[in-house]
Design a protein around this ligand. Structure first.
Ligand code: HEC
Length: 159
């Protein structure tokens, strides 16, 4: 009988804990929505929390950011961007830190980004303008899925 009571108590406690966690989660999602720079909204950017064990998508994103940086410098020097130096990186095919990002809206953002990327090289005379549009597509997706790097990405547009 004693055992049964302890068992029931333990079960009850476990349920309460579970409930508490659930409440917590919903609250986190709400705050993340309100404050895009809150810590919770960085969850989709795991590498920031675990920088030594990045997933393939995070690594590709680092490369994309490095490329954007170098495109920017080239454009500021008045040089034309050659697509051969900047092949499109299919980041949406590889494993992300948070598999929850792989939802329809993410892939739609990826499609729009790829279109903007293609446009950049199809307008050799207006590359500054199309570079900025491409960076806007980075920002668009990051506003929904990974706000941490926005501070860096927001410095990429050319005034
Ligand atoms: C379709 C959505 C999407 C687009 C477009 C996108 N990103 Fe990302 N980005 C993500 C997601 C999701 C992550 C988190 C990846 C992970 O942790 O596996 C990320 C991570 C990053 C990171 C952090 C990488 C790290 O070290 O952890 C940087 C920097 C970054 N992106 C820059 C860019 C730049 C620059 C562009 C445009 C050239 C861009 N992103 C376009 C969704 C996107």
């Amino acid at each position: 009988m004693k055992k049964l009571i302890i068992f029931t108590l333990a079960g009850f406690l476990a349920l309460m804990l579970l409930e508490a966690c659930n409440n917590n989660n919903t609250k986190n999602i709400d705050t993340a929505k309100e404050d895009s720079l809150s810590k919770d909204s960085l969850k989709a950017c795991g590498p920031i929390m675990d920088p030594n064990n990045p997933k393939p998508m995070a690594l590709m994103m680092r490369l994309m950011a490095a490329n954007a940086d170098s495109m920017r410098s080239q454009l500021l020097r008045g040089e034309a961007l050659d697509s051969a130096n900047y092949p499109f990186i299919k980041f949406y095919l590889v494993e992300p830190t948070d598999p929850n990002v792989l939802e329809p809206q993410f892939f739609e953002n990826a499609r729009l980004f790829q279109a903007a990327y293609k446009d950049l090289f199809e307008h050799p005379k207006e590359q500054k303008k199309y570079y900025n549009l491409m960076i806007n597509s980075c920002i668009k997706c990051h506003e929904s899925y990974c706000s941490g790097p926005l501070r860096r990405i927001n410095k990429f547009p050319i005034q």
